[in-house]
Write a protein that binds this ligand. Structure first.
Ligand SMILES: [Zn+2]
Length: 709
């Protein structure tokens, strides 16, 4: 789990951001059913439409009737007074409707070619503007940050409505619903898919002030989450003892959770530390945490009794404020006030999405393109699997004690490596002293992964290796004349093993990006259905890192332990995702709720999910831990992406094993492009997205490991 979260959060941050922006710009919406705010009076428009229909059908023939009606309707729904009066509307339709196949083909080709140029160059500018921040190129000046924060594409969608290019698309290509894409999509031609994605780019016209309000709420919640640190040396147990070292400052929930994972090997204090962190988390979730202990090294706190005192030990460099007030009055429900603000902001976009009128529908039907009920079904399939109690038993026997609630983050399945980190560092540093050395070796690495020599050369020629400032990331191109960039960390002493492992993961992204842009038949279909797919493909590469160093790949038992680790992580995050989903439904059902009511509802939801899926295994009821994730506060229903990611990764892995050679199989999958997740997965593996592969691998892993430790 940790590796998955980490990769999403850091290594692929830029990639995800770029993709997310594109998904935002392209996300779909069906034909609006009711006029958006501010359209020209309906009666007037209706007259115009009848007139235009008669006129244009006389010109192009009855066969165009369906297309024309849909197009007219779509343009009307998005037209605002500032776009022009009725004569302007009529003139636009007369000139813009492509009434025969040849004009339609020309129109399609032109948009496809020029939008690729637009996306590609915008992306190129954004990449150049970020270089000083992203690459190891010396000091970052304040203006570098301003360059890095600038998004040249921010106003493209508005511009395209203003200059009517968006209306040209809407007049000629139909918008679709998710059910249509799911049920009709498998029978569509590739060209129809490309047209569908073209139309989707202009499926929403959310006013700038609404987008701004959403961005503000997101930024405020981000800021709240980013400053939520606990100073661990100041936690006192019943005897007044400090279990954690000085200066340890953990961000909720990420670092707190990872500390629980890291405490398993600590024979002496591990369990006490884990129990204490659970107690801290529960205080955060219930908001009984004293306000004064958040991000404050000047107070000591017993999270069990909730007693707070002035700090008896000092481990920070900043002076204690003279006006420090030591009380244990609780945080005033700020956590839920923040969440409520993101909901209220998200809701502002609802009237501009008439047939996906909630954030929940936009997330599932547009961004993920997996219906919510289907995803819920997959998650419950994992949560209620008979494998859960079996794996739980195995964990108990490995721990030598009954499970406690924080063991949802059990990390003990990770086996040690046959090679020490120092040994691996030496091997890697010798091989890759510079970025150039890695660059030169890419064709060779790809051949080891089973790509034929000519394909290895071709792909490698599309990848540029840059020295990263951070741990590394992959940045694909957005037009075919550009190259993908592999950003990797190279120390003065050469690349180390950790850097290599990340570089191989990022190279997987680059290979996917190269193939899904340059070798897909329509550039409008560039990419993969969503982030989880590119991550799954990158993990396939990452899993080969030992083989790429010509060392023995992990043995079957090691692989089995890794599978059990992933299964347990999926079980945990599936529960978390269901809480996130239920909380958003509750907010939509209670639009006038106060933060206090939202707090009570969230606790109830967390307990209910726990009681249903975890209590039977953990033997304890009414635990609220599933509500600790910070994403729930600032990420607008993002958490379900994690379990989907696991399911998809297992499906792709299973298929790779079946196929034997990774290279050709990888290439076959990556060229499918951005169709629905199910269609992509059917093409790749013969089955839609689902939990079967994960469960099958887990069953096999249990057999491999045996039920005894
Ligand atoms: Zn990644």
């Amino acid at each position: 789990m940790a590796s998955w979260l980490l990769v999403i959060a850091s290594a692929a941050a830029v990639l995800s951001r770029v993709r997310e922006e594109k998904i935002m710009a392209q996300s779909s919406l069906v034909t609006p059913a009711s006029p958006s705010p501010g359209t020209i009076p309906a009666a007037q428009m209706k007259d115009s439409m009848t007139k235009l229909e008669t006129e244009l059908l006389a010109k192009y023939g009855e066969a165009q009737k369906g297309r024309l009606r849909t197009g007219l309707h779509q343009v009307m729904e998005f037209w605002r007074p500032e776009d022009g009066d009725t004569p302007v509307f009529e003139e636009f339709v007369r000139a813009g409707f492509a009434g025969d196949q040849q004009s339609l083909d020309t129109l399609f080709d032109r948009f496809q070619r020029l939008l690729e140029q637009l996306d590609g160059h915008m992306h190129e500018i954004a990449r150049e503007f970020r270089n000083q921040q992203d690459l190891d190129l010396g000091p970052v000046r304040p203006y570098d940050e301003l360059f890095g924060g600038y998004d040249p594409a921010a106003h493209v969608l508005d511009d395209f409505f203003q200059n009517k290019l968006a209306f040209t698309v809407l007049l000629n290509f139909p918008l679709t619903t998710l059910p249509e894409r799911i049920h009709l999509g498998p029978k569509w031609t590739r060209r129809q898919w490309a047209e569908t994605r073209l139309a989707q780019r202009f499926a929403k016209r959310i006013p700038a002030e609404v987008n701004l309000a959403i961005a503000h709420a997101a930024a405020e919640a981000d800021h709240y989450v980013a400053g939520y640190n606990i100073w661990m040396h100041h936690l006192l147990d019943e005897k007044g003892q400090r279990l954690f070292p000085p200066k340890m400052r953990l961000l909720s929930h990420w670092n707190l959770r990872d500390e629980i994972k890291a405490d398993y090997p600590d024979q002496q204090n591990g369990l006490a530390k884990q129990r204490m962190i659970q107690q801290v988390m529960e205080r955060i979730i219930t908001q009984s945490i004293p306000q004064v202990v958040i991000e404050n090294p000047d107070v000591d706190w017993n999270p069990y009794t909730n007693e707070v005192k002035a700090a008896a030990e000092k481990d920070s460099n900043s002076p204690t404020p003279a006006d420090l007030k030591v009380t244990n009055s609780p945080e005033p429900c700020t956590r839920y006030a923040m969440l409520l603000k993101t909901y209220q902001a998200a809701r502002l976009a609802d009237p501009y999405s008439p047939t996906a009128p909630t954030l929940i529908e936009r997330r599932f039907n547009e961004d993920r393109e997996i219906p919510e009920e289907r995803l819920q079904g997959m998650l419950e399939q994992v949560l209620t699997s008979p494998l859960v109690p079996q794996v739980a038993k195995l964990i108990e026997s490995r721990l030598g004690r009954p499970l406690e609630p924080f063991d949802i983050w059990y990390s003990g399945f990770r086996p040690g490596s046959q090679h020490s980190e120092e040994e691996l560092d030496r091997i890697v540093a010798k091989r890759y002293p510079t970025p150039e050395a890695y660059q030169d070796d890419i064709p060779n690495l790809l051949k080891k992964m089973g790509f034929p020599p000519d394909r290895a050369q071709y792909i490698a020629a599309h990848i540029i290796v840059d020295p990263a400032r951070g741990s590394g990331h992959a940045m694909g191109a957005a037009m075919r004349s550009e190259k993908a960039h592999l950003r990797t960390r190279i120390e003065k002493t050469g690349m180390n093993y950790k850097g290599f492992n990340i570089a191989v993961h990022e190279m997987g992204h680059n290979v996917e990006q190269t193939l899904s842009l340059n070798d897909v038949d329509y550039s409008l279909l560039e990419g993969v259905p969503n982030t989880a797919f590119t991550e799954a493909l990158a993990f396939v590469f990452q899993g080969q890192d030992m083989a790429l160093l010509d060392l023995a790949s992990p043995d079957a038992k090691t692989e089995a332990l890794k599978t059990l680790n992933d299964f347990w992580g999926t079980y945990e995050i599936a529960g978390v995702a269901l809480v996130d989903m239920a909380v958003w439904h509750w907010m939509y059902d209670h639009p006038e709720a106060t933060p206090e009511q939202l707090r009570a509802a969230t606790l109830q939801i967390a307990r209910d999910q726990w009681n249903r899926f975890f209590a039977p295994v953990f033997g304890k009821k009414d635990v609220v831990l599933l509500a600790v994730y910070s994403h729930m506060i600032d990420s607008f229903l993002y958490l379900p992406d994690y379990p989907i990611g696991h399911l998809i990764a297992f499906q792709i892995e299973e298929q790779m094993k079946k196929a034997g050679r990774i290279g050709p199989e990888f290439e076959r999958m990556a060229k499918m492009g951005r169709v629905t997740p199910d269609l992509w997965m059917e093409h790749a593996t013969g089955k839609p997205v689902g939990a079967d592969a994960l469960l099958a691998a887990t069953e096999e892993a249990l057999r491999q490991v045996g039920t005894k430790p």
